[in-house]
Design a binder for this molecule. Structure first.
Ligand SMILES: Nc1ncnc2c1ncn2[C@@H]1O[C@H](COP(=O)(O)OP(=O)(O)O)[C@@H](O)[C@H]1O
Ligand SMILES: [Mg+2]
Length: 141
């Protein structure tokens, strides 16, 4: 994986960045999004979905753990928000492994909750909140 080190200065910047990354993974991928509340994980998911041609609005409703978006070409985007999941056991109880191993596009917010279940080739992105509108995106070390 090439170096990812990007400063986003707006929501639109983050969405465009997500779109660029999306196009690098025609076969599907698991992307883990690490960052505090308000970092921009869901904005990234929105940009990613847009790049896949998904027109449905993308959000993180408070009590929805998994959102499934059909994409053109018979593909899927799975958007997981694990904020309310306590650990791997709770995630396995709803079948998280099937999504992670689906070969589709999978975006995971709060991936810390399932650290032991993330596939080896997961792209781990860390988002650091620099200022009101600036976010630093890097591969998590
Ligand atoms: N550069 C940026 N990238 C992404 N979001 C930004 C940026 N600057 C400001 N924001 C705002 O930060 C918030 C990010 O929210 P959200 O994506 O829901 O966060 P998370 O899912 O990480 O909790 C949004 O209100 C968005 O408008
Ligand atoms: Mg979110």
């Amino acid at each position: 994986m090439e170096k990812i080190d990007f400063i986003s200065r707006s929501e639109e910047d983050t969405m465009a960045f997500a779109g660029t990354l999306c196009r690098k993974f025609p076969e599907g991928c698991v992307i883990a999004l690490y960052g505090d509340l308000g970092a921009g994980k869901t904005v990234f998911a929105r940009g990613f979905a847009r790049a896949l041609g998904i027109t449905e609005p993308v959000s993180s409703p408070t009590y929805t753990i998994l959102q499934e978006y059909p994409a053109p070409g018979g593909r899927y985007l799975y958007h997981l928000d694990l904020y309310r999941i306590s650990d791997e056991r709770a995630a396995l109880a709803f079948g998280v492994d099937e999504y992670l191993e689906s070969g589709e596009f999978v975006l995971v917010e709060w991936p810390e909750r399932i650290a032991k279940l993330l596939p080896e080739n997961t792209l781990k992105l860390e988002i650091v909140h620099l200022s009101e509108n600036e976010r630093h995106w890097q591969v998590k070390s």
